[in-house]
Write a protein that binds this ligand. Structure first.
Ligand code: BGC
Length: 427
């Protein structure tokens, strides 16, 4: 049986939650994911982001719930397709809606961190080639400048682009996300172009804010890559995949300097293009070429079969902190656990790693606040601290949600919380 000890955060880490607009808002908008979900067979349960959590109309209810759980930091996103529904035509009504939502967050004492691109594109942008097309960077920048200027009095923290590596790999290598391609050359082009979108968006945000304080960065997806064997060729292959998936692009997005195969020149001056390193961390994996091998039978895993490996959060945070000398923000970390059978343990183990060894970690955003539309998994994968009955749109705080609220209030885990949430007879 596992033994647990209490811990507390001795450094000023802020604990929050994260969501993405396409995954929670619901209600029609013409974007790549609404289009993709309308093709039979693309979403495992046939669900669509059209429904999701109806957060677009229920945002006050959701924010009230957040506040009741002592959450004071919230990563949310803007849906580009609502703000620019047709090329070059911006929608003031959508902007007014986001302004209301941000104002409501501030009224409740919750600090917003705003993501500008989280996997979904307006349909018109996707039709004209998405991020494969050369002028996509300028087009994205036009939206960024417009949107950021409209909310600059309500928010001073931004994530430009979420997980360019996952976006490119799932959409252009494995073909399981829009636009459903399977070409390595396109995968690399899209990754590089999104990295440059980040660099240019970072410059644009800084220009808009001028002397006013602002913090801007990216959120990239990072994994621990385990070699399938100790043999030298296997270890070299693992490092190569790690480089292609996360290290090469992270260097480019952080410093503006690329290396093969992302191109040496990014079109921006060498510099520091983020105020924090944004790490989304979920799992450890073993690769053979571009294929993921099964998780070893002895390893714990979540509902989607992803290995649970808490030590990875500290290893990655330390590695990138030491590499770039910037504070780390864990911009996503969480797990699919419909029965809520191990999420509390997951929280305990990951946060303990940061409490004991992560003085350079300034923020932690749990993925996710509420069960949502989980991309190709639709409504089947339950990552929420709060459960959602999608039919009735009824929210229920899970036991792990109460645990997280207590961790926030106590700045750690007390012996009484261990008894309440983690002992085998605590049900
Ligand atoms: C994405 C989220 C997603 C989560 C869980 C991350 O890669 O940014 O949108 O829901 O993983 O799969």
């Amino acid at each position: 049986m596992k033994e647990f000890g209490p811990f507390s955060f001795t450094h000023p880490i802020a604990l929050g939650v994260a969501t993405a607009p396409t995954q929670i808002e619901g209600f029609p908008t013409e974007n790549s994911w609404y289009d993709w979900a309308s093709i039979p067979g693309k979403i495992v349960d046939g669900s669509s982001p059209l429904r999701a959590n109806e957060h677009w109309t229920r945002y006050k209810e959701d924010i009230d719930l957040m506040a009741s759980l002592h959450i004071r930091h919230y990563r949310l996103g803007l849906e580009w397709s609502r703000i620019e529904p047709q090329e070059g035509r911006f929608d003031e009504v959508a902007v007014a809606h986001y302004r209301e939502e941000l104002s409501y967050l501030l009224e409740k004492g919750i600090r917003p961190l705003v993501t500008l691109h989280h996997f979904s594109n307006p349909s018109w942008f996707e039709r004209r080639g998405g991020f494969l097309s050369k002028d996509s960077i300028d087009i994205f920048l036009r939206y960024v400048r417009y949107a950021v200027a409209k909310i600059s009095d309500l928010c001073s923290e931004f994530i430009t682009v979420n997980e360019p590596n996952v976006y490119a790999v799932n959409g252009y290598l494995y073909g399981i996300w829009p636009p459903g391609r399977k070409k390595i050359s396109q995968t690399l082009s899209v990754m590089k172009r999104l990295a440059v979108c980040h660099l240019r968006a970072c410059q644009a945000v800084r220009e808009i804010y001028g002397d006013k304080p602002v913090r801007v960065g990216y959120a990239n997806h990072f994994r621990i890559f385990r070699s399938p064997s100790e043999k030298v060729p296997a270890r070299i292959q693992t490092r190569l995949i790690e480089y292609l998936f996360q290290d090469g692009i992270t260097r480019l997005m952080t410093t503006g300097r690329g290396s093969f195969p992302f191109g040496l020149f990014s079109g921006v001056k060498k510099g520091l293009y983020c105020d924090f390193i944004g790490i989304n961390y979920y799992t450890r994996c073993t690769m053979k070429g571009f294929n993921e091998l099964p998780v070893p039978a002895s390893s714990p895993r979540n509902d989607l079969g992803w290995e649970l490996y808490p030590g990875g959060i500290r290893l990655l945070a330390k590695k990138y902190y030491e590499r770039f000398g910037l504070p780390v923000w864990i911009t996503e970390n969480g797990t699919a656990d419909a029965a809520d059978g191990f999420r509390s343990l997951y929280l305990f183990e990951h946060l303990q790693e940061l409490a004991l060894n992560g003085s350079f970690v300034e923020r932690y955003y749990h993925w996710t606040f509420i069960d949502n539309f989980e991309w190709a998994e639709g409504e089947t994968a339950r990552f929420g601290l709060v459960g959602n009955d999608f039919e009735r749109q009824k929210r229920t705080v899970r036991r792990s949600g109460h645990f997280y609220a207590d961790i926030i209030s106590n700045r750690g885990v007390t012996p009484a919380m261990i008894d309440q949430y983690l002992s085998p007879d605590s049900d």
